[in-house]
Write a protein that binds this ligand. Sequence first.
Ligand code: AKG
Ligand code: FE2
Length: 305
Amino acid sequence: MTYLSKNINSFSDDGFIDFGPILDKNKCSKLLEQVHNTREWSQNLFRSQEACLSDPQVKKTNPGKGICNLAENYDLDFIEKHPVFTQHLERILGSNYRILLQKFVVGVPNDWVPDWLKAVIEPQLVSNLGPYIKKQFRDVTYFRGIDYHMDLIDHPGTVGDYVTVYVYLDDVNGNMSPLHLVEKSHIFGATKFPHVILNDKLDSIEYGEDQESVRKFRKKILTGKCGSVYLWSSMTLHGTKPHESNLPRISLRYTIQKDPHQANTLVDQLIEPVRNRKAPSLMRDDIDLNSKNHQQLKFNKTLKK
Ligand SMILES: O=C(O)CCC(=O)C(=O)O
Ligand SMILES: [Fe+2]
């Protein structure tokens, strides 16, 4: 079997592809170094407790397309024009696929986080630190762990005919918040966050639409070298534990939509059995979206420290 057909089968069966370390390491390292040099990566990134309390900013604290987005400052052709990237995306999404967004995601070390904030984020299922970061540094997304979720959570009300591509710029070991990814977890279609998940083990997990439909799935922990590339469907469960290393993990993340003029692409086939189950307009049960500051509701984390 060729590399392409093996990967295509993997997408169609598992909703996931591990491409391996396919990118030019020197170019990845150079890009990473440039990103490292953009600021002092430390507690200095954070707003003060007083500022966060007096002016909580919970919306639009992440990079957008053309909006406060560091990734747009660099030539990323060595990734986006890499034949493995283009050939697979054309097969999966059709020839005129569209990059909706590319952004840097940073796994934040514990010692960058101010003490007062540690207690705030500890119980959260999604520790996206954007609201606590100074405005000028919100050109990347800062995470300290995010429980199992579907990336469809960011696009409620859509059918999910797009994929996420994730690029490691560091050598990512077990201490650097590697992604935990659940193969075949797209099969139930869109389900609500936090998901029904039991028995999270190193290589398996149990997941269902509800308690009755829970079954065992294979799980992969994506440790990988600089230049590694992964792709998953919008309905594939994945998450990270809080970062343990003192050094951050800086990765690139793409959201890529199918060609709207092409029918029956592989992503259409993948989601066909669950197409009638669009992402509920309210995909999250962990926050009270009616409260002004998006109050967090209590749920237990699956991905524990
Ligand atoms: O890098 C992380 O910690 C989480 C990444 C993730 O799930 C995402 O960007 O969708
Ligand atoms: Fe995600």
